[in-house]
Design a protein around this ligand. Structure first.
Ligand SMILES: [Zn+2]
Length: 317
């Protein structure tokens, strides 16, 4: 049995685990990140990696460490060119970690890592044309075309969150543009739709009495399923925007499978995948309809860890 240590480096925490060559995750070791200072983050990553290695029997063969990191990463050197989340510019992350850990380290953008995780061990297994779309605070993604992860000329392929679906009429995105896919259709976008629709539902209690911290897809989808009219309108408005973005993805890469990941991706098919498939089909015009399966991703919170470990075990597909 061969092992790799998979690391999921997020904005608020870092998690790592040994993963074997069948994609099985062992003990996840996780640390909260209190700052994004480079030296501090490198130290915390090293700590969870060391714990992961120590959790394996001494005889276990560890092939290396894989890191899924936010930001745009120069693949040849493992340098994070820029990461808006971390406010990092030209951080030689691989070099720093290899020095600290004295082991080979492989780095890839976090959303692309989750994509290859699902491709090797999850819902994308066996598909040659596969797209992962993660719906969380933002929208991340990754594209596998003809069995190859599409990286792009400057490692920017798969950044589907910032293609515009409502130019001039949508919400304002953190990137400065108006109507990006992410600001219209991420998990947090549900609240924007609810607020925008509130004047049409003057008697709605959806936005009153609910602390905003509890706001989320689960609450909205539950209220929509229970027949709350404001919640239903919110959910449908959000779904339409999500469908527009996915229909665009289909026009560009015509995948066999689009997997929905992130917290919202776990919503029941009756509320998400089924109505979404119908809406996407309506907007799919120049590509054959009903050819792309829209499904829930399989690896859940572990997609990043499994994907970054697969980077070590199988390389970039
Ligand atoms: Zn944007």
């Amino acid at each position: 049995m061969k092992y790799a240590i998979g690391v999921d480096l997020g904005g608020t925490h870092v998690a790592a685990s040994p993963v074997d060559d069948r994609g099985r995750v062992y003990n996840v070791h996780s640390r909260e990140l209190e700052s994004h200072d480079v030296k501090y983050v490198v130290g915390e990553v090293a700590r969870v990696v060391t714990r992961s290695i120590e959790s394996l029997p001494k005889s276990a063969k560890v092939a290396g460490v894989g890191i899924g990191s936010p930001g745009n990463i120069e693949q040849a050197t493992g340098t994070v060119r820029f990461s808006p989340n971390f406010d990092w510019h030209d951080v030689p992350l691989r070099q720093k970690l290899e020095k600290k850990l004295a082991r080979p380290v492989h780095i890839l953008n976090d959303a692309r890592c989750a994509t290859i995780g699902e491709y090797h061990y999850g819902v994308g297994k066996g598909a040659r044309d596969f797209v992962l779309v993660t719906l969380g605070t933002g929208i991340g993604g990754g594209i596998i075309a003809n069995g190859k992860l599409v990286l792009g000329h400057a490692m920017g392929a798969g950044e589907i969150g910032h293609h515009v679906i409502r130019a001039g009429t949508g919400f304002v995105c953190t990137c400065g543009k108006i109507g990006c896919f992410e600001v219209q259709a991420s998990g947090t976008a549900l609240l924007r739709h609810a607020l925008a629709l509130a004047p049409s539902f003057p008697r709605s209690t959806l936005l009153t009495g609910t602390p905003q911290v509890d706001w989320g897809s689960k609450m909205i989808s539950r209220a929509a399923a229970a027949g709350d009219q404001h919640a239903l309108a919110t959910w449908n408005s959000w779904l339409r925007d999500l469908a527009t973005g996915l229909a665009n993805v289909i026009a560009f890469v015509n995948p066999e499978i689009i997997a929905l990941g992130g917290g919202v991706g776990r919503t029941d098919d009756s509320l998400l995948a089924t109505p979404l498939t119908r809406l996407v089909d309506e907007q799919t015009t120049m590509v054959p309809k009903h050819q792309t399966a829209i499904v829930r991703a399989k690896l859940g919170n572990n997609a990043g860890i499994v994907g970054s470990a697969s980077l070590v075990l199988h390389g970039i597909p």
